[in-house]
Each structure stands twice: as structure tokens, then as C-alpha cells.
Design a protein around this ligand. Structure first.
Ligand code: NAP
Ligand code: F7E
Length: 333
């Protein structure tokens, strides 16, 4: 039975990856931080067979301990301060977790596996935010980086470190340059979920409007369930490599609002949306769209959920969840 250790198991991707690996016969271990992490009951409900280990990416001994206990064949490093907006306000924590955390887990692997590094494979959750102020469109593996936030800078450090440990020590280390991926499990601070939740609550009469920032930014949004499959595929190849994972389509926040509000029968959303400078970023990534040809050709990967289907899935899930929380029976869409 192959064994996998996932950092960031309590996050959106950790949950989908845990489900995927369990369904493929893995023994799954997940790193959980904090002395009483409130997400543990939710993880145990969604992933009943998974063994949770205490540890933190800012604490090297705890990473060594987690590797010693789990002895994984595959390590997926998904843990991070992942919200770009907060990375300016907590730049040091972002650097320590999202950047230096990668160094610590790689060093922990070297310490635990010693001369036997061929026993383990490593996946690093890199990001399209590394492309930042994009030098070419669409972005591919060879596009130069120009990160625009402390988060993007920290991810770029983690990416190059992953490449460096592959080149320096022969570690089977892959970096996935993943574009935005979403789901009903997405954190409520990210724009897709913020919108799907607000639209659900507007539909149910629980609120009137939503306050957002820059409506003109464009992103390449896919479904998280598809993207964790690409992570797994990277670690099953004969040789380690880096891959862009994306849908190849780009949409603005305005288009996101169009689809989300259309789901509840509202075509003019202007009276429900307020734009507030508070939600603008000090430096914006204006447009992202990825070219995932390499992943398609070498990994046989392609997205299965389109933009409209994704947004509708999220709005529907939020209508159900918000209605249940408010004790309402939602009217049929
Ligand atoms: P997420 O939902 O925000 O999950 C982040 C995870 O990191 C959580 O489990 C969190 O634990 C954990 N974490 C935070 N600080 C930690 C620390 N000091 N030590 C250990 N774990 C810590 O993020 P996601 O959307 O699943 O993304 C997974 C990874 O992919 C992240 O590295 C993200 O930066 C990267 N990524 C995401 C996207 C995307 O569109 N989703 C795209 C490209 C790359 P708590 O629950 O305890 O806070
Ligand atoms: O912002 C704009 C905002 O926070 C998307 C993370 O998973 O994907 C994610 O990073 C866009 C930006 O995601 C609001 O300015 C407007 O242009 O949903 P987001 P992100 O910054 O793209 C990448 C690939 C990652 O790696 C990250 O970990 O939407 N926007 N108004 C807003 N964004 C938010 N959050 N809230 C607003 O009110």
C-alpha cells in the first residue's frame, strides 16, 4: 500500500487530494497545525481513513517527526499562507510558511531519508501568481516570472528551491504551476466563493449586496477536483518535471458575476455589487491564462469542468448550505 503525506490537508486541495489518494489505495497521512485545530472534525468526516499528524511548516522538528512516523512514498506540500491579499499584511509569516516552509520540508526529507532519497517523491504547490505581471500570454512553463505580491515572491522561492533540490540531490521533485482552481470547498476569502456565497444569500433574502475590489482582473479558473489529479499524475512519471495546470480560458470578475447572478435569474447585478478600494491590492495581477499543453501531452491531463459549470456548482452548493444554516427551504432554481 503506497503511503502519502499531505501538508495543508485541512485546505481545499488537501481534502480533494486526500479523497483521490484514498480512492487509489494509498495510506494517507495529513499534517495539521495548531494545538486545537477547529478543522479536524471536518477533515475526519470527509477523510475517515486518514491519519492526522501534528506539525507546522515553520517548525522543522515537527516535519521530521511527521516524516519519520508516516515514512511516505510521496509528499505533497500544499500547506501555505495562500491568500494573496493577506500576504502584504503578514509578509513575514507568508515568507516563513509559503517560502521557507518549502526549504524546511525539503531539508526534513533529506534528514529522514538520508542516502536513500530515491524512496520518496515530492510535489510542490507552485502558483500562476509567480507569473504576476505577465511577460507573455498564455503563460507556459518557460514564461519568466514577475511576482506581484509577497505571496508570489514566496512561491517563486519555493519553486526554485524544488528545482534546485532535484538538480542538487537527484530528488524526484515536481513543481505544479497551478492556475486558480475553485470548488464549493474554496475558502470564503477568495473571490469566487465570496461571490457564490453572497449570490446564494441574496437569493435567499439574507443579504442585499456584496462588496468587492477590482472587477476587471482576469483569471483562468478551473475545478480543484481536476487539479489534484494533475498533482498525482506528476509524481507517477518516469522523470520529475514542472507543469502548468490550467484550463486555457480567462474570465473577468465581471463575467464571474454575470454567471453567478444569472443562476438566480438576475441579469443586471449592478445594484447588488459595491466596489470598494479596501479590496484593491497594492499591486495587481491583471490577467492570467495558462497553456497546459505539456500537462495534456505528458500527463494525459485535461480539465473536466468548464467555467459556467464551476460557478453554478458553487452557487448551488452555497444556496443549499446557507438555506440549511438559516433553517429555510430554498425555492427551486
Ligand atoms: P487553502 O485552502 O488556503 O489551504 C492552505 C493549507 O495550508 C491549510 O490546510 C492550512 O492549514 C495550511 N497551512 C497554513 N499555514 C500552515 C503552517 N504554518 N503549517 C502547516 N500548514 C499550514 O489552500 P488551497 O487552495 O487548498 O491551496 C493548496 C496549495 O496550493 C497552497 O500552497 C496554495 O498556495 C497553492 N495554490 C493554490 C491555488 C488555488 O487556486 N487554490 C493555485 C495555485 C497554488 P489551516 O487550515 O490550519 O489554516
Ligand atoms: O483573487 C480580485 C483580486 O483572492 C482573484 C489563490 O488560491 O489563486 C488564488 O489567488 C482576483 C484578484 O485569488 C475581490 O484582486 C476583486 O485579481 O480569488 P482571489 P488570487 O489572488 O488569484 C492563485 C493561483 C494562488 O496561488 C492563490 O493561493 O479577484 N478581486 N474583488 C477580489 N479578490 C478577493 N479575494 N476579494 C474581493 O473582494
Amino acid at each position: 500500500m503506497p503511503r502519502a503525506l499531505i501538508t495543508g490537508i485541512t485546505g481545499q486541495d488537501g481534502l480533494y487530494l486526500g479523497e483521490l489518494l484514498s480512492s487509489r489505495g494509498y495510506e494517507v497521512f495529513g499534517l495539521v497545525r495548531g494545538q486545537s485545530n477547529p478543522k479536524v472534525p471536518m477533515v475526519e468526516r470527509i477523510l475517515p481513513g486518514v491519519e492526522l499528524l501534528e506539525g507546522d511548516l515553520t517548525d522543522l522538528p515537527s516535519l521530521i517527526g511527521a516524516l519519520e512516523v508516516s515514512q511516505p512514498d510521496e509528499v505533497y506540500n500544499l500547506g501555505a499562507v495562500s491568500f494573496v491579499g493577506v500576504s502584504w499584511k503578514q509578509a513575514e509569516l507568508t515568507g516563513e510558511t509559503t517560502g521557507m516552509g518549502v526549504l524546511r520540508i525539503l531539508e526534513a526529507i533529506r534528514i529522514v531519508y538520508g542516502d536513500d532519497l530515491s524512496r520518496v517523491r515530492f510535489y510542490q504547490a507552485s502558483s500562476s501568481e509567480m507569473f504576476g505581471k505577465v511577460r507573455e500570454t498564455p503563460q507556459r512553463e518557460t514564461t519568466p516570472f514577475h511576482p506581484r505580491s509577497p505571496y508570489g515572491v514566496a512561491k517563486t522561492f519555493g519553486h526554485y528551491l524544488t528545482v534546485n533540490y532535484r538538480e542538487s540531490y537527484g530528488l524526484f521533485a515536481c513543481s505544479g504551476l497551478l492556475f486558480n482552481h475553485e470548488s464549493p470547498r474554496r475558502g470564503p476569502e477568495f473571490v469566487t466563493r465570496k461571490v457564490s456565497r453572497a449570490v446564494a444569500r441574496i437569493y435567499l433574502g439574507l443579504q442585499d449586496s456584496v462588496t468587492l475590489g477590482n472587477l476587471d482582473a482576469r483569471r483562468d479558473w478551473g475545478f480543484a477536483g481536476d487539479y489534484v489529479d494533475a498533482m498525482w499524475r506528476m509524481l507517477q512519471q518516469d522523470e520529475p518535471d514542472d507543469y502548468v495546470v490550467a484550463t486555457g480560458e480567462t474570465h473577468s470578475i465581471r463575467e464571474l458575476l454575470d454567471v453567478a447572478f444569472a443562476r438566480i435569474g438576475v441579469s443586471d447585478w449592478s445594484k447588488h455589487v459595491v466596489s470598494d478600494p479596501r479590496f484593491f491590492r497594492p499591486a495587481e495581477v491583471d490577467i492570467l491564462v495558462g497553456d497546459a499543453s505539456k500537462a495534456r501531452e505528458k500527463l494525459g491531463w485535461k480539465p473536466t469542468v468548464g467555467f459556467k459549470e464551476l460557478v453554478e456548482m458553487m452557487v448551488d452548493a452555497d444556496i443549499k448550505a446557507e438555506a440549511e444554516a438559516a433553517g429555510l427551504t430554498p425555492p427551486k432554481l
